[in-house]
Design a protein around this ligand. Structure first.
Ligand SMILES: C[S@@+](CC[C@H](N)C(=O)[O-])C[C@H]1O[C@@H](n2cnc3c(N)ncnc32)[C@H](O)[C@@H]1O
Length: 258
């Protein structure tokens, strides 16, 4: 039976870039490309890569041009259907409807695992399972290149909102109340658990300290984290236009080794 969460993603497949602020959106400088070109080794034509939670296949053509074999998995059949259209004619790409919590059949097979904003299930047992599987699908010495949604971005947005209020003449306290209201409008954030309640599902976001801890706990070493900054223009939200010129909102890019 299909998970409730997989059904939610099925609905997003058709209008992906409307629903999701993506590290593959136009104008986003995503460090994953630099790491792919500079930190994997020269002989990628002999390497195998798995894209865990490949979605509509945004990353697959790039991976197919670089690696000998590309495996894309996603638990949403619709996402895999769209990804199939995306990679039609690319003979080195294999797609499977699979749950990232159980990738037993792929253990020990890959030089590189990528996962871009796909470790989103809200329960810690699921997050741990997926990170554990991302570790186990790698060969010894293999590399993880991944992006995780940043919890800090919400707090930073609140900071900018409070500052804006104060610049417009609100007291510190009033500006903070307005910033809190803005933060929770349409969303409920559980700041301790790092979980965002969207209208149709809950999603896990990560504080930097938690991300490093969970990657370490899954067994990863050499963990390096960078920001993926999103241009203000990618948000439909007009309130954010006031922040042009300030440091942008971000997600976490991760490089780590098995
Ligand atoms: C935000 S999208 C990212 C898609 C793609 N990586 C990209 O960046 O374009 C998240 C994807 O992860 C998939 N996903 C979430 N949890 C999953 C799980 N447990 N197993 C497999 N896929 C999962 C969803 O179906 C969805 O396609």
């Amino acid at each position: 039976m299909m998970d409730k969460e997989a059904k939610v993603w099925n609905r997003s497949a058709k209008k992906y870039f409307e629903d999701v602020v993506s590290p593959f959106a136009e104008g986003v400088k995503n460090p994953i490309f630099w790491y792919l070109d500079n930190k994997i080794g020269a002989n990628t034509k002999e390497m195998k890569v798995i894209d865990i939670g490949c979605g509509i296949g945004n990353f697959l053509p790039t991976l197919a041009g670089k690696f000998s074999t590309v495996v894309g998995i996603d638990f949403s059949p619709k996402m895999i259907e769209f990804a199939g259209e995306r990679v039609r004619g690319l003979s080195n790409v294999q797609l499977h409807v699979r749950d990232a919590r159980d990738l037993n059949e792929f253990h020990g097979q890959f030089d590189v695992a990528v996962s871009v904003n796909s470790v989103l299930l809200p329960k810690i047992v699921d997050v741990e399972k997926i990170l554990g599987e991302a570790y186990l699908v790698l060969k010894e010495g293999g590399t993880l290149l991944a992006v995780f949604p940043a919890m800090e971005s919400f707090l930073y947005r609140a900071l900018l909102m409070q500052e804006k209020g104060m610049e417009e003449g609100d007291s510190e306290e009033v500006a903070l109340e307005k910033a809190k209201k803005d933060l929770r409008e349409g969303l409920q954030c559980d700041f301790e658990a790092g979980i965002i309640q969207y209208p149709d599902c809950k999603q896990k976001n990560y504080y930097l300290f938690e991300l490093k801890y969970r990657l370490w706990k899954a067994g990863f070493t050499n963990i390096k984290v960078r920001k993926v900054h999103y241009p203000w223009e990618v948000y439909e939200d007009e309130t954010l236009l006031a922040f042009h010129g300030k440091e942008k909102l971000w997600d976490w890019f991760v490089y780590a080794r098995r």
